[in-house]
Design a protein around this ligand. Structure first.
Ligand SMILES: *[C@@H]1O[C@H](CO)[C@@H](O)[C@H](O)[C@H]1NC(C)=O
Ligand SMILES: *[C@@H]1O[C@H](CO)[C@@H](O)[C@H](O)[C@H]1NC(C)=O
Ligand SMILES: *[C@@H]1O[C@H](CO)[C@@H](O)[C@H](O)[C@H]1NC(C)=O
Ligand SMILES: *[C@@H]1O[C@H](CO)[C@@H](O)[C@H](O)[C@H]1NC(C)=O
Ligand SMILES: *[C@@H]1O[C@H](CO)[C@@H](O)[C@H](O)[C@H]1NC(C)=O
Ligand SMILES: *[C@@H]1O[C@H](CO)[C@@H](O)[C@H](O)[C@H]1NC(C)=O
Length: 233
């Protein structure tokens, strides 16, 4: 069982998206990298392929992409990185929205403990048989080994595990799931700082101001380079 260090009031990533819609541009760039990490594309007779057909997703390389009603932003619903000669799995940028992931048929020797931090919706994993489910068996409703693969099904909400007394978040904060084996403590309204002990308005502009400004600059550069590319075609 892992606990995430630190107590956050707002996730900066979300904040950037709210203040500055340009953030979506950089989201999509890194998502594409994950989709192109392995050659080939999702076949329709695989677990992720069938899942994608059911969810009416769009296949792009090794990703199944879906759209949110309200926006045009596409996000990753399914990720199939099977048979891709992966030995280590560390960062899967932009894939934290995925519901299913297939890592079978890879000579994986190590999956970093923090790889699936923030993957709160991931409910089905297919791993090589000798790799344990992230967060251990206790983080999943069902773990089984089938045809040489390990299947981790139904991510458990760590905040619901009443037998784990140590999972209690400090006063003035709420427990929220944060991926298999992880949870986070989010400060309640008007509280911030270490263990959410300080009350009062959060100085949002002071802290996030410079970050917002640099995102604008980066987005502008991206826009310029994209325009150049578009023109040269
Ligand atoms: C899967 O794709 C193949 C061609 O790529 C197609 O012939 C077949 O009908 C598809 N099957 C389903 C169930 O969509
Ligand atoms: C998404 O669309 C469905 C029907 O197409 C609707 O029932 C649902 O409320 C919509 N969700 C949002 C967040 O707009
Ligand atoms: C794995 O990929 C190789 C080529 O990259 C291919 O020859 C082989 O059939 C694939 N295996 C499976 C089970 O898809
Ligand atoms: C796997 O990675 C962890 C750190 O993420 C490291 O401590 C451990 O030694 C690694 N194990 C192997 C077999 O490489
Ligand atoms: C986890 O579950 C699998 C499959 O049921 C089992 O083989 C394995 O021994 C379990 N591991 C632990 C540490 O309990
Ligand atoms: C966690 O608890 C909430 C409220 O008590 C409940 O609605 C939810 O179904 C529980 N989730 C799981 C995975 O047990």
């Amino acid at each position: 069982m892992k606990m995430r260090a630190g107590y956050s009031q707002l996730k900066p990533v979300v904040l950037i998206c709210i203040i500055n819609s340009c953030f979506y541009a950089s989201c999509q760039l890194s998502e594409l990298q994950v989709c192109k990490l392995c050659k080939g594309k999702i076949q329709n007779d695989t677990a992720v392929g069938r899942f994608c057909a059911k969810w009416a997703g769009r296949i792009d390389g090794r990703c199944c992409l879906g759209k949110e009603n309200t926006t045009e932003h596409e996000y990753i619903l399914g990720l199939d990185l099977s048979n891709c000669s992966l030995t280590h799995v560390e960062e899967l940028h932009g894939a934290s929205t995925t519901l299913i992931i297939d890592l079978s048929l890879n000579p994986i020797v190590n999956i970093s403990d923090t790889t699936f931090q923030g993957f709160i919706q991931m409910n089905y994993m297919i791993l090589p048989g000798d790799i344990v489910c992230p967060g251990g068996n206790t983080s999943w409703q069902k773990v089984e080994v089938k045809k040489g693969n390990r299947l981790c099904e139904g991510q458990k909400n760590m905040c619901n595990q009443t037998e784990q007394q140590s999972l209690n978040c400090p006063e003035n904060s709420l427990c929220a799931p944060y991926g298999p084996g992880f949870f986070e403590c989010i400060c309640a309204d008007n509280h911030h700082g270490y263990k959410c002990l300080r009350a009062g308005e959060f100085p949002a502009l002071q802290v996030f101001g410079p970050l917002g400004a640099s995102t604008v600059v980066i987005s502008f550069l991206l826009w310029v380079t994209q325009r150049r590319k578009a023109k040269s075609h």
